[in-house]
Ligand binder design. Structure first.
Ligand SMILES: C[S@@+](CC[C@H](N)C(=O)[O-])C[C@H]1O[C@@H](n2cnc3c(N)ncnc32)[C@H](O)[C@@H]1O
Length: 195
């Protein structure tokens, strides 16, 4: 595992994910777990992003209250520069549309239980292709860390801790050039060599 601690002044969590997407020149992105669309808004604003899909099972914001989230991406969409890029899909019924799709970057921030991350990780690995897979909340005492650290081996696992949050990346699908660029960007953002 390679870990980066991002220096405090550098960026917030959403900017951090955008830095990752930019470093690997992501043009197509899938986000699993959208909530109010805070991250989606940032990702869709990136100049290189041509295609964004946000996936969240809750059509009605009231259903998301149990997750303490407001799953109302419509409000966020109204502020997007390119609203036609956003596709809100329901897991039941439409998930099959994503089978065999290719994404440059898939970010998992949905169900963080061990069963949830197991399901999402394996679905993505089995049924889609992606260059970079990652997600949120590696270190927050959820099922994410136990599952990901068992599953993603050695230097393929990159963990990033920013001042308010943390992320994991499986870099095994990246070509050498993208991997180098990603590590360069993260080193620059951490302000010191990774540990
Ligand atoms: C932490 S929030 C996502 C925050 C968002 N990624 C951001 O940074 O702005 C988690 C979201 O995951 C959704 N969720 C829960 N279980 C899910 C699942 N199995 N698949 C996809 N999304 C899920 C919840 O509805 C909630 O909106």
């Amino acid at each position: 595992m390679i870990e980066y601690e991002i220096s405090k002044k550098t960026c917030n969590t959403h900017q951090m994910v955008c830095e990752i997407a930019t470093a690997v020149k992501a043009r197509s992105i899938l986000e699993i777990g959208v909530a109010s669309g805070g991250l989606s808004k940032n990702l869709m604003s990136l100049p290189e992003v041509e295609f964004y899909v946000g996936l969240d099972p809750f059509r009605d914001p009231a259903d998301a209250i149990k997750y303490n989230q407001v799953a109302n991406v419509q409000h966020a969409i109204s502020t997007f520069k390119t609203p036609n890029l956003c596709h809100r899909l329901l897991i039941q019924g439409t998930i099959h549309l994503l089978r065999a799709a290719h994404f440059d970057f898939i970010y998992i921030d949905g169900d963080h239980s061990i069963g949830g991350i197991y399901t999402d990780f394996n679905f993505v690995k089995r049924d889609m292709s992606c260059r970079l897979l990652g997600g949120h909340d590696f270190k927050n005492g959820t099922g994410v860390k136990p599952f990901i650290s068992e599953t993603v081996q050695g230097d393929d696992l990159v963990v990033i801790v920013d001042h308010s949050s943390n992320h994991w990346l499986d870099v095994s699908g990246l070509d050498d050039e993208s991997k180098t660029r990603l590590h360069e960007v993260l080193t620059a953002l951490s302000g010191e060599d990774h540990v």
